[in-house]
Design a protein around this ligand. Structure first.
Ligand code: MGD
Ligand code: MGD
Ligand code: MO
Length: 764
């Protein structure tokens, strides 16, 4: 019997034998090296491992496909700028196994869907294009030419270009991303949803509105020079390990670090720099000076409490706010202050869940310093009021004049290694008209001005059969998106689903009527084209564009680069109606960069500057107090406290990453820094909440969310008593994405609210 799309989308409910220990006191150090080398030895060829480790994040080397944390401009470590999870990302991409026609002949789609995500990911690299025909049980091989023709046939058969959806995940380089959006716009739609919609979209919205640029304002050097760094809703020990090196440097220079997080993540507590053998022996650095155990979504309340106390001190002493900065550079101060006065300090503090003692420690640091940086990630962006979260922290920076000067500013820490670059070069369903005008001027066709679908809108459109072709350039759509069951149906409703991928994932199993898997080169592999091995480029979290060039031989001679793939599909689809010579780009990627230079501002002398060893910084108005808002000033904003209230039996759940995963790619089953081993189907609960429900340690429970009357269930999780604020709990993504309602998302940004899902927990 064929499985339903929902059955194929479901993660395996089998337990893998949970072991619990006390969370370690120390992060990185020897255990990190051990964990990373273990994975390398198991999954990679030894020579490849050696080549990779010496070139990773080195000047002229290749950019780690892990996170978007920047590399130091000057003094890069001889050992290679790597981290445990960067090495794991590499080992995953450079696996020695590869799969093709024999593998798919042996395993049907239904069978593969029964594997766990861990097993699916470990099957190996995709080695040749594969096709799933209508009604077929197995994928079969297909030539590239036939694959391109099939995509073209489906796209050209649509009643309107808006019936196709073109998703992007943030690993795609600037060159491939630029060509991809150009093809999509020439084809006639702006349906360009991307992983950013589920990630930092709320940051982009809030920052564009308040500071005139949807990116952060600081550089690595600012981090070293800050007096105070607040890290809010982020787990750098796992997700941006190289950030710990920067925080350590900041501390060495006398800076203080405040961690605001419902979980006391180990990465903040004691950090042992793997680049420093002496520290490894002597125990490491305590990173966080103050740990603030805020409740889930208690951040606006916490910031308001700080703002209210600052206002009180300002009224008493008059020298707390940077009045000169406020006068000269900002807009909306009076309205903001008069709104702030409506709130009560005690009530805000209570809502935040933070004790007065901890609050006072934070407040002293904020009061007495003005070189303040606020860093944040998904703990702030994945809530219904996510945009408010970020606007409120901007209010704090503005009052203190902590923006556009050394050691101060905004630092949204981006996820995928080139997610920021992809947006810069045009992966945007709501691109500004000025960008579209430049496309028109350069290429002579008029891109549609109508905004396209974001991720959530794309899912709705596919569900309603208003969109019929899904094309994904990277990523793992079904596992990354919210509301898994609904979304599985949406994909199944399509006529064709296409995935450009390096590795097998669940999205290849939850298909439209026909499906294609198009395998591509990974970042570490040499990209041979007519004019030689190609260099590509990426932009990191701090707006530095740098080159990346593969060092390994491709895992198969049947795979092609993303650039070549996009050119091939564009050529096959648009044929003579195109104004662009698509096939020329794939021979020489410097031609793509020449085009980017003409269309996107900030890329003058792109090809030349890319040769600089550390790359180049893109212009950033907020960094120099040139705020590109409507008024030309930085804007204060007015934000509410979150409105929802929990009923007696309800908890608020955040879905987070374990230490052994990269988004939907599961490296292993351990969450070492949280003391949780060999199991992902767990729920971290406050011990009192467990007691109240009669739930004992490791008892099996079922989870339910009830949103606007729609009940969603995820069954079989083991309860783990954990130090987490009362009424809050945590599970891993993607296992609990079934519980995330599609219609619960950040206002105006549409980021799924996957960090504040209201659930009930019952004994199974
Ligand atoms: N190794 C590895 N690296 C990665 C990734 C990966 O999966 N693995 N993913 C990449 C991507 S795409 C991204 S976006 C980033 C993600 O990086 P993070 O944002 O660090 O990832 P999450 O695990 O989602 O962690 C969110 C953190 O926010 C906290 N949190 C949750 N809710 C709240 C809240 O309401 N308030 C506050 N103050 N804190 C809260 C959680 O306790 C957790 O520590 O990492 C990137 N880097
Ligand atoms: N509940 C919940 N859901 C979430 C989140 C959460 O915190 N909680 N986080 C959200 C966030 S922040 C993000 S960014 C999204 C991530 O969403 P996605 O970016 O869609 O997911 P990934 O797991 O990063 O994608 C992994 C797949 O990308 C492919 N791949 C890897 N490298 C390459 C490459 O170089 N080229 C190509 N073409 N393919 C490649 C591989 O086949 C791999 O299986 O998930 C979001 N979903
Ligand atoms: Mo992300």
């Amino acid at each position: 019997m064929s499985k339903t799309p929902q059955e194929k989308a479901a993660t395996s409910e089998n337990f893998t034998d949970l072991k619990i220990t006390k969370p370690p006191k120390n992060s990185v150090g020897f255990s990190a090296l051990k964990s990373a080398t273990g994975m390398v030895l198991k999954y990679m060829k030894p020579l490849d491992a050696l080549k990779i480790s010496s070139k990773l994040n080195q000047k002229g080397g290749f950019d780690c496909p892990g996170c978007a944390w920047p590399d130091p401009d000057d003094d890069r470590s001889l050992l290679g700028e790597y981290c445990e999870n960067g090495i794991k990302a590499m080992a995953e991409e450079a696996q020695k196994n590869s799969i093709g026609r024999d593998f798919f002949a042996k395993h049907s789609v239904n069978q593969l869907a029964e594997w766990s995500d861990f097993e699916i990911g470990k099957s190996g690299r995709l080695a040749e294009p594969m096709y799933l025909a209508k009604g077929a049980t197995h994928y079969q091989s297909i030539s590239w030419e036939d694959a391109f023709t099939l995509v073209a046939k489906h796209l050209n058969a649509l009643d309107s270009p808006d019936e196709a959806v073109f998703y992007t995940s943030g690993r795609t380089t600037n060159e491939a991303a630029f060509l991809y959006q150009l093809f999509v716009r020439e084809f006639g739609t702006a349906n360009l949803p991307d992983c950013s919609n589920m990630c930092h979209e709320a940051s982009g919205k809030a920052l564009t509105e308040t500071l005139g640029i949807g990116k952060g304002s600081v550089t690595l050097d600012d981090l070293y020079k800050a007096e105070v760094v607040m890290v809010v809703g982020q787990n750098p020990g796992t997700n941006h390990p190289r950030m710990l090196v920067a925080l350590e440097k900041c501390k060495k220079n006398g800076g203080k670090i405040i961690a605001v997080n419902p979980l006391q993540e180990v990465g903040f507590m004691k950090f042992t720099n793997p680049q420093n053998p002496i520290k490894m022996l002597t125990g490491g650095t305590d990173l966080a000076d103050v740990f603030v155990p805020v409740t889930v979504n208690g951040d606006v309340a916490f910031f308001k409490a700080i703002l209210l106390k600052l206002l009180e001190k300002q009224s008493e002493h008059g020298n707390v706010f940077d009045k000169q900065f406020i006068e000269e550079y900002t807009h909306g101060y009076e309205a903001f202050i008069s709104d702030l006065k409506r709130f009560d300090f005690e009530e805000c503090l209570k809502l935040s869940g933070v004790s007065k003692k901890t609050f006072d420690e934070v407040f002293e640091l904020i009061l007495n310093n003005d070189r303040i940086i606020i860093c944040w990630a998904m703990g702030l962006t994945q809530h219904e009021n996510a945009v408010d979260n970020i606007r409120e922290l901007v209010n704090l920076l503005l009052l203190k004049g902590s923006i556009g000067k050394e050691g101060a500013g905004t630092c949204p820490v981006r996820g995928h290694s080139n997610v920021q670059g992809d947006r810069t070069v045009g992966i945007w369903e709501a691109a500004p008209q000025s960008f579209l005008n430049r496309i028109e001027a350069k290429y002579g066709f008029k891109p549609t001005a109508k905004h396209g679908y974001s991720v959530i809108e794309a899912i709705e459109a596919m569900y309603n059969k208003e969109a019929k072709v899904f094309f994904g350039l990277g990523g793992n759509f079904i596992s990354a998106v919210p509301d898994t069951n609904f979304s599985a149906q949406a994909l199944a409703n399509c006529n064709l689903t296409v995935h450009v991928s390096t590795k097998l994932n669940r999205s290849h199993l939850v298909t439209g009527k026909e499906a294609l898997i198009l395998p591509c080169l990974g970042r570490a592999e040499k990209d041979y084209q007519k004019t030689g091995v190609q260099v590509q480029s990426v932009e990191n979290s701090m707006g530095v564009v740098s080159s990346t060039k593969g060092v390994l031989e491709p895992c198969s001679d049947q795979i092609i680069s993303e650039v070549a793939l996009v050119c091939g599909i564009a050529n096959a689809t648009l044929k003579n109606r195109s104004k662009i010579n698509w096939l020329a780009y794939k021979d020489d990627y410097s031609l793509v960069r020449d085009d980017i230079e003409e269309v996107v501002s900030g890329f003058n002398n792109y090809n030349k500057r890319l040769k600089q060893p550390s790359g180049f910084y893109l212009p950033n108005g907020a960094r120099i107090r040139d705020f590109k808002t409507k008024s030309g000033k930085a804007h204060f904003s007015i934000n509410k406290l979150p409105e929802w209230k929990l009923k007696k039996d309800e908890l608020v759940m955040m879905t987070i990453r374990s230490h052994d995963q990269f988004n939907t790619t599961i490296y292993g089953l351990n969450d070492r820094y949280r003391g949780i081993f060999n199991e992902r189907r767990i729920i971290m609960m406050n011990r009192d909440d467990m007691k109240e429900r009669g739930i004992t340690e490791q008892q099996v429970v079922n989870l339910q969310s009830n949103y606007n009357g729609v009940v969603r269930s995820a069954n079989k999780f083991k309860a783990v008593g954990y130090d987490i604020p009362k009424k809050c709990c945590a599970t891993y993504f993607p296992e609990t994405n079934v519980l995330v309602p599609l219609n619960s998302y950040a206002h105006t940004a549409k980021t799924p609210a996957s960090k504040s899902i209201i659930i009930t927990v019952s004994i199974a």
